[in-house]
Write a protein that binds this ligand. Structure first.
Ligand SMILES: *Cc1c(COP(=O)(O)O)cnc(C)c1O
Length: 361
């Protein structure tokens, strides 16, 4: 078996022990004679998985008990629409625009035709930084402030959450959920598609603070109101069982390796390795983001010219490093190093990059 080091931005690499457990469970889940993807979502075995995935999200990620955890489908993109549908009738809300995903969330709010404001943006410099507190124009009476905590395409990440003066934050954490310890004090809601840092595509996890669930918009279709997901425990209709089961395994893996503390330490080590090397040879490996805003999940960089970038990707692929091509809207190179990418993988990549630079400069 020859598995590559997979630096894809999403869907992305999963921990090998998790894949092995899935493989092991697939024909006969815990001796019941069928797999988890063939059994009723109302069965006792699946129910245990469903509850345990939620319990572990509370336990491992520290989501407080006064948040309801739900499993939705439709990706993070569906949340872009559901959030304004459910909350916007209560008053204006603020969005901070830090990249393509923020912009899509804003577009969906606009479709709802209700009041929303862009309270800060880094679009002026092609989203290469996170606006600082004094660059924001926040409405103290807003219903919520929406941010994208990690900008997967542009390689920026919030180091500290903005101070909203008590207005609840709604955070798209699709590409950095479970990557570091989290303080929930200012959080009204978080949500994340699973396929970057938690599991396979197909499920979106959301955690919503209980007070946010009061006075939700009336008259929405059943599958578009949070009421249904909360009241029916995300079992109104068939949930994405396989994706939720995988999330449970990933959370068990995180717990086993030492919890968020270990994961955060690994992610910081990986960042130090790669950014350290890029800083040393910045004329060759030119990071595209401002230092204070750079992401530990997605590292974006340019080489001296487009031709070299093509050769870099081809040579890296031959050497067993995949998924390094930058997003089509920005070009260049993108190294995504989510939780399941071992420190060893990033170390090997920096060695490859060191060699490549020597040969090509
Ligand atoms: C990938 C991504 C999305 C889109 O997720 P889907 O599940 O494909 O809808 C949204 N926001 C961020 C930050 C992402 O990285």
């Amino acid at each position: 078996m020859a598995r590559i080091y997979n630096f894809s931005a999403g869907p992305s690499t999963l921990p090998l022990p998790v894949l092995e457990e899935i493989q092991n469970d697939l024909l006969d889940y815990k001796g019941v004679g069928l797999s988890i993807i063939e059994m009723s979502h109302r069965s006792k075995d699946y129910s245990e998985v469903h509850q345990e995935a939620k319990n572990l999200l509370h336990e491992v990620f520290g989501i407080p008990k006064n948040y309801k955890i739900i499993f939705c489908t439709g990706g993070a993109s569906m949340q872009f629409a559901m959030i304004p549908m459910n909350f916007l009738h209560q008053g204006s809300c603020d969005y901070i625009d830090t990249g393509a995903w923020s912009a899509k969330a804003i577009k969906e709010a606009k479709i709802q035709g209700k009041a929303h404001r862009v309270a800060g943006s880094s679009k002026d410099t092609n989203y290469n930084y996170i606006p600082s507190q004094d660059q924001l124009d926040l409405d103290p009476n807003a219903r919520f402030v929406h941010i994208t905590t990690n900008n997967t395409i542009f390689g920026t990440q919030y180091k500290n959450l903005p101070d909203t003066g008590g207005v609840p934050l709604v955070c798209d954490m699709s590409s950095d959920i479970l990557s570091k310890k989290m303080d929930f004090d200012s959080i009204g809601m978080i949500y994340a598609g699973a396929q970057k840092n938690m599991g396979p595509a197909g499920v979106t996890v959301a955690a919503i603070r209980e007070d946010m669930l009061e006075n939700l918009a009336e008259g929405l279709p059943s599958l578009l109101t949070y009421k249904t997901f909360v009241n029916k425990d995300s079992l109104f209709n068939t949930p994405p069982c396989f994706a939720i089961y995988t999330i449970k395994l990933v959370l068990e893996w995180i717990k086993k390796v030492g919890g968020m503390e270990t994961i955060q330490k690994w992610n910081e080590e990986k960042g130090d390795l790669l950014y350290g090397m890029m800083e040393k040879y910045s004329e060759f490996y030119n990071g595209t983001t401002e230092k204070e805003s750079r992401s530990l999940m997605n590292v974006t960089l340019r080489l001296p010219n487009v031709e070299l970038e093509k050769i870099f990707i081809a040579d890296a692929t031959k050497a067993g490093f995949g998924g390094l091509k930058g997003h089509r809207s920005v070009g260049g190179i993108r190294v995504s190093m989510y939780n399941a990418m071992p420190v060893e993988g990033v170390k090997k990549l920096t060695e490859f990059m060191d060699d490549f630079r020597k040969k090509n400069s």
